[in-house]
Design a protein around this ligand. Sequence first.
Ligand SMILES: Nc1ncnc2c1ncn2[C@@H]1O[C@H](COP(=O)(O)OP(=O)(O)OP(=O)(O)O)[C@@H](O)[C@H]1O
Length: 312
Amino acid sequence: MSEYVLQAHQLSKHYKHHPALDRVDLSIRRGSIYGFIGQNGAGKSTLMRIAAGLSRPTSGQIELFGYKEGAQLVQARKRIGTTIETPALFPHLSAAENLEVFRLQKGIRDKTQIRQTLSLVGLEQAGSKIAANFSLGMKQRLGLAVSLLGNPELLILDEPTNGLDPVGVVELRELLLHLNRDKGISILISSHILSELHLLATDYGIIHNGRMLEQLSVSELQAKCRQYLHIKVDSPEKAIGIIQEEWQTTEYELDADGIIRLYEPFGPPGALSAKLFAAGLEVQQFMPKGEKLERYYTKLIGGAANGKSVTV
Ligand SMILES: Nc1ncnc2c1ncn2[C@@H]1O[C@H](COP(=O)(O)OP(=O)(O)OP(=O)(O)O)[C@@H](O)[C@H]1O
């Protein structure tokens, strides 16, 4: 079994001369929630459409569950559920009736899936209500239920929080976490708001102008955004001994240049520098460092210099 549910290999898509995707590599691990972040027009939908088989790449390849070619790739696409281009719901039909239409369309025999998916998205009580009377959040849930018919192993969701109020965003997050943790469904979710995926994603891909800028796990992102004390002394080993003794922490790194990074939470920096000094160490550099999530992202995509606003 492939470790990855979805990979893109040097994937490019050109519209006339405009590269919507430019040699993008991406890897989504089985069981992960992959937050695909980029501004409007970055290329997120283009990649998702190619993955779902709704568009063809100009060059490069998509690999789904380890399959790249022909009939196997077509077969593998049956194992994904997506809300991209889900046909509009029928407003005069109930949630259950809507699902019944899609069940027949998808050729799924098992009728019990209707009740199961309604319950999965928390709409079991609303099964007989007509869709026209649903809130936007409920419509989103019903749309998600449609994509869950057929028990997909990977969900591809293009900006599903668009238009939701903050409560709706939280509810959707809880639902996606449930699908991921309890049902083992891997999720690719796009957004132009990094902080919205902050409590959800286990991995991130940051795309800008059709190019993948960075892929990183949540712990890598946290490490990059974590506050730390940057310390350079003439004897780092001795300093580390003092840090361990005085602060009883192992939350530090020593790099090849002899720089110590002492991560949060740390006590008053003044007390530590005094200790180092008292121990006879020559303190060459001693400063707080680290970035906020927002600054990290803005810097990565070139920030205000490219003239577009960024929401984080
Ligand atoms: N059918 C098309 N014809 C021409 N250009 C297109 C087409 N579809 C997308 N594009 C262009 O490709 C680029 C990437 O678009 P895409 O929709 O993938 O971005 P996105 O990151 O999903 O943004 P958004 O959040 O606005 O949907 C944009 O410059 C867009 O204008």
